[in-house]
Structures are given as structure tokens and as C-alpha cells.
Design a protein around this ligand. Structure first.
Ligand SMILES: Nc1ncnc2c1ncn2[C@@H]1O[C@H](COP(=O)(O)OP(=O)(O)OP(=O)(O)O)[C@@H](O)[C@H]1O
Ligand SMILES: [Mg+2]
Length: 210
């Protein structure tokens, strides 16, 4: 079982301090919420957790069976949905996921891609170019990309972005199912999202004294 630990994470961009004193421990079967006003650093913190940017100080650990994973391999263990994740506009929905699986160096399992596309309601559009997709359809496809490699951790920045009520129900089902064995981190300002979290980091309330 995967465990994520953050110890005294601090982030500054130049002279602007975004946050400090971030400490948490996240075990399987738990959902961690990250909240705070616009510009409080939610996306910055999830990017640090995903190893996309580095913290100014502090430590972040992915621990599997008591062993701290090397930073270079943590992307095998999480799936990431975010507004800044880019899909390939010039390829179809199916091809996007096939491409991502090739980049990840894992077998392109056509059946599995189809099952996931079905799950998010995109199976009828699987061969259409992503450039022709609506914003909510793109958001649904990002969930397929995030789930395809069976990650232990799901990191969701603005999980319901552009989704309609049916889309939101689908992602809540995905989150609840994922929680049975894995963990979830949600960066959000939506009260309904916050209610499903087992613990919350409120960046507006964290002491920023150091
Ligand atoms: N690459 C960067 N260089 C400089 N400053 C940055 C950079 N990325 C983010 N920031 C700053 O960090 C702060 C936090 O931004 P961030 O995107 O993490 O906020 P957020 O909580 O996700 O906001 P929102 O609710 O609008 O999504 C902002 O002041 C932003 O300008
Ligand atoms: Mg953000």
C-alpha cells in the first residue's frame, strides 16, 4: 500500500512566499482535500506532490512497503487530472490514450481503453479528434488518461471542471471506487468535494509564519 508523506513543505516563487508548514500523511483508502482561495497555492501544492515542480524546502515521500520511492518513478503511482494537462488535439480520443500508454511504456490494451471510454460516456466518440471535443468531453477523457495505468493515487486539481451533473456523478463514482484500495488528493473550492474528504488542508488557514 502506498503512503504519501509531506514534511514541512514550503514554496516561494522568487521573493513571493506561497505557503509553508505543509505537513500531512496520506494512506490508502483516504481522500485528502486541499482548499483555499484563488491564488492560495492549491495547484502549486499538487504539482509539488506530483513531482512536476520542486518545493523550496521540505520533503515529500512516496513510501511503498516501507521503502521510499525514487522521485524518478513516482509518476507510475499516480494519475493526474488538471486544467493544465494537455491532450493531443490532432489525435482521436482512443489514440490519445494509446499514445499515453506508449509514453508510459505499457501495453496498449484496446479493451481496457474502450471500457474506460465507456465508463466516462465517450465510447461513441472514441474515433473523433480531440480538437472537436467540448471542454467537458476533454475533462472526461482526462480521467481515462489518469486511470489507465491503475495508479494507487489519484490527484485531481479542480475535479469537476467543465462537467455537467452526469459527468460529476461519474467522477464521484470513480473517486469512491478508487478509495476502496487507493488514495485521492483533491484540490478544490467546491463544498460538495470538500465533504467527501477524510482530511483537509486549508491553505488560507495554514500558519505561514516561517
Ligand atoms: N510558475 C510560477 N511563477 C511564479 N508564480 C507562480 C507560478 N505558478 C504559480 N505562481 C503563483 O503562486 C500563487 C498560487 O498559484 P496557484 O495556481 O497554485 O493557486 P491556486 O490556489 O491553484 O488558485 P486557483 O484557485 O485560481 O486555481 C499565485 O500567486 C501565482 O501567481
Ligand atoms: Mg489552481
Amino acid at each position: 500500500m502506498l503512503k504519501i508523506e509531506a514534511i514541512n513543505i514550503k514554496k516561494s516563487f522568487g521573493s513571493r512566499k506561497i505557503f509553508s508548514n505543509i505537513n500531512f500523511s496520506l494512506n490508502s483508502k483516504n481522500i485528502l482535500g486541499i482548499t483555499g482561495k484563488n491564488g492560495s497555492g492549491k495547484s502549486t501544492l499538487v504539482k509539488i506532490i506530483a513531482g512536476i515542480i520542486t518545493a523550496s524546502s521540505g520533503e515529500l515521500r512516496y513510501i511503498l512497503s516501507d521503502k521510499v520511492l525514487d522521485y524518478s518513478e513516482i509518476n507510475k503511482y499516480y494519475g493526474f487530472v488538471s486544467p493544465y494537462l494537455q491532450l493531443y488535439d490532432e489525435f482521436s480520443a482512443f489514440e490519445n490514450i494509446a499514445l499515453i500508454s506508449k509514453i508510459r511504456n505499457i501495453y496498449v490494451d484496446e479493451k481496457k481503453i474502450q471500457q474506460l471510454l465507456e465508463r466516462v460516456g465517450l465510447i461513441d466518440r472514441k474515433d473523433d479528434y480531440v480538437r472537436e471535443f467540448s471542454s467537458g468531453m476533454k475533462q472526461r477523457l482526462k480521467y481515462v488518461a489518469a486511470l489507465y495505468h491503475n495508479p494507487s493515487l489519484l490527484i485531481l486539481d479542480e475535479p469537476r471542471s467543465n462537467l455537467d451533473s452526469e459527468g460529476i456523478s461519474i467522477i464521484y463514482e470513480i473517486i469512491n471506487e478508487h478509495k476502496l484500495n487507493g488514495s485521492v488528493i483533491i484540490a478544490t473550492n467546491d463544498l460538495e468535494d470538500i465533504q467527501i474528504c477524510d482530511s483537509i488542508i486549508d491553505l488560507d488557514k495554514i500558519s505561514n509564519s516561517k
